[in-house]
Design a protein around this ligand. Structure first.
Ligand code: GRG
Length: 287
């Protein structure tokens, strides 16, 4: 007996099919830039096509299509974000950062290919992400230029890079709640915010919709990081990765305890649902 209502089954099936389209598009977009017979191409493939959840591209496509945009350009923008995400994971796993030897259940890129190849792989993936956006032929060139700017802001010194810097510098000492959430906001929220901003821009959404989606993205970033940290404390959970230096890090879970962290996560999920129902209506299949 399934407790999931029938329409949820249909939505889950649709999600699985969309994930398949994302995976095929990622493989295609990678094949246009890399030769898998050389080391860099093989390392890019290992970083990008290993079995991730594809959350960021799913968000771009689902949010944009629900706002009335076409899937094809959204798919490419989502793939560009996934390339940046993959690049950030390659760098994050390196010995100078979190020093992890497993990612997605497989040896990390520097373990398999060496640190030199890992750095080059991340740079190549980052470059390919911008190339994909600038070549999204269905979008007008001004919009493409704006989307390149959205991605650059999300990655740069006020985005992912700053979040990672703060995490590395402050993560090993006791932190206040506000410090941890500020870091999570950049480290995890920045790409979610870029995903929803891209969806809104492609759909020509009104400013109030864009602002609400931005708020939802930042809530999602906090929720996602909390979930990730909760999973790190439960070894058989599906999101768990090799802990590396993460093991001693001051996270909200370490600071507040599992139960309070779970309550906080629930609060974020409630606020996301409220914000999204304001944009898409209460019957939206995303809710
Ligand atoms: C220049 C691209 C670039 C980055 C430099 C290294 C760095 C700055 C940032 C790393 C930030 C980082 C590792 C954030 C973690 C975010 C997070 C929650 C990752 C897990 O995401 P999932 O669960 O992973 O979506 P999968 O494997 O499913 O894709």
């Amino acid at each position: 007996i399934s407790l999931v209502p029938p329409q949820r089954d249909t939505f889950a099936d649709g999600l699985g099919a969309l994930r398949g389209r994302i995976d095929r598009r990622l493989a295609h977009l990678l094949s246009t830039s890399a030769d898998e017979s050389d080391l860099i191409g093989a390392a890019m493939e290992a970083a990008l096509l290993s079995p991730g959840k594809r959350v960021r591209p799913l968000i771009v496509v689902l949010a944009g299509c629900q706002l009335g945009a076409r899937e094809a350009p959204l798919l490419d923008l989502g793939c560009a974000l996934e390339m940046v995400h993959a690049a950030s994971l390659v760098l994050d796993d390196m010995p100078c950062m979190d020093d992890a030897c497993l990612r997605r259940g497989l040896p990390t890129v520097h373990v398999r290919f060496g640190e030199d190849i890992a750095v080059l792989t991340a740079v190549a993936l980052l470059g390919q992400a911008f190339k994909v956006i600038s070549s999204t032929s269905e979008l007008p060139s001004l919009l493409r230029a704006q989307l390149v700017g959205v991605l650059a802001d999300a990655v740069g010194a006020q985005g992912l890079v700053r979040g990672q810097y703060q995490d590395l510098r402050e993560g090993s000492r006791p932190r206040r709640v506000g410090e941890i959430t500020a870091t999570n906001h950049l480290k995890t929220g920045a790409l979610f915010a870029a995903a929803l901003e891209m969806a809104a821009q492609v759909a020509h959404a009104h400013d109030d919709v864009r602002m609400t989606l931005r708020e939802a993205a930042l809530e999602l970033g906090q929720a996602f990081q909390l979930y990730d940290d909760l999973c790190d404390g439960a070894s058989d959970a599906p999101l768990c990765k090799d802990l590396g230096k993460d093991a001693g890090k001051s996270t909200l879970v370490a600071l507040l305890g599992q139960e309070a962290a779970r309550q906080r996560l629930y609060g974020h999920v409630q606020r996301i649902a409220t914000l999204l129902s304001g944009v898409y209506g209460p019957d939206c299949p995303l809710l």
